[in-house]
Design a protein around this ligand. Structure first.
Ligand code: CO
Length: 321
């Protein structure tokens, strides 16, 4: 791909930006926002897997402040090894979430493959001045997270057969929940920067925001919203390979203050599937945003930290306030 700017002045967000979706300006001042995501099953039930994959793919559009318009399916499935009924259930789950988001799925592509995989290409739109990037965070902004952390730990424990039922249930509820209401609250109140928390974990996606905004952040561990069982499973070692890579990747930009154990650092770096939105908001608007998020029924509306100063991207993770 050509570098942004050298190729086309209408490319607002491209490959180099490490943002949630590509954004391309149309002639009328509107912006097309597009993203693709698909993965292997994270839960046993095919319908729930379809719901999770679709909610996760839609999330990148919401994270840009955009409204989804339509989607296409991306599917791989071992036709000769698994009953086709399972494929139907996956697609029905995705369809249900698309309907909830108010968009149609207009087509797609399926290939034969050893392992099932499912996801969506989602196209959305937003007025250019309403596009929310990860580069707008300012010193003093507070950080708000809209879903609890721990889906990676619980999905890993589920594969090992050690996940408690209530943890799996809470993680599934979280992963199937659209970030639509949270994004609407952000648009209503106004935020400076936003991204969704997925594979790179809270620390990885926050570091991307710090890099894009050339800013430093402080996170308070005890303020992080966690799924039930997440801490216990982390102590038992249900750490996904991706989570270990996330922590190793952010380590050179991470400063620990107080008694934050390595287990707790893994929780902060836990690779999420269909995680919440992370918002940078003017401290004067924080109470209104939290109240609006709660009114909208988001799973969490947790103030987890703040941005301190401009400068070389750095995250301080501290034990308490
Ligand atoms: Co994203």
């Amino acid at each position: 791909m050509l570098p942004k700017g050298e190729s086309d002045p209408n490319v607002l967000v491209g490959f180099d930006d490490a943002d949630d979706a590509a954004a391309y300006r149309l002639a009328d001042g509107h912006v097309i926002v597009q993203s693709v995501d698909f993965f292997t099953p994270v839960v046993d039930d095919p319908y729930q897997f379809g719901q999770i994959a679709a909610a996760n793919a839609l999330s990148d559009i919401y994270a840009m402040g955009a409204t989804p318009l339509f989607a296409l399916n991306i599917v791989s499935f071992p036709r000769d090894e698994l009953p086709l009924e399972q494929l139907s259930r996956i697609l029905e789950g995705g369809q249900a979430k698309a309907r909830e988001a108010g968009i149609p799925i207009l087509g797609g592509h399926t290939i034969d493959d050893k392992e099932p995989k499912y996801g969506l290409v989602v196209t959305g739109t937003v007025a250019e001045d309403r596009l929310i990037r990860n580069s707008g965070a300012r010193p003093g902004d507070v950080l708000i997270l809209t879903k609890p952390l721990g889906t990676g730990l619980i999905a890993t424990a589920l594969k090992h057969g050690t996940a408690p039922d209530d943890a799996v249930e809470a993680a599934t509820t979280s992963m199937v929940t659209l970030n639509r209401a949270a994004a609407e609250a952000a648009a209503e109140v106004g935020v400076h920067a936003m991204t969704d928390i997925t594979g790179f974990g809270l620390l990885g996606h926050l570091l991307e925001m710090c890099q894009a905004s050339w800013i430093q952040a402080r996170i308070v561990y005890e303020s992080l919203p966690l799924l039930p069982g997440a801490e216990e499973l982390a102590r038992q070692g249900a750490i996904a390979g991706g989570t270990r890579r996330n922590l190793a990747h952010v380590k050179k930009s991470l400063l620990i203050e107080g008694a934050v154990s390595e287990t707790q650092q893994f929780i902060a770096a836990d690779a999420q599937t269909s995680g919440g939105l992370l918002m940078a908001v003017d401290p004067a608007k924080a109470d209104t945003l939290i109240a609006t998020l709660k009114e909208q029924g988001t799973l969490a509306a947790a103030l987890i930290g703040w941005f301190t100063q401009t400068g070389a991207p750095r995250i301080t993770l501290r034990e308490g306030q």
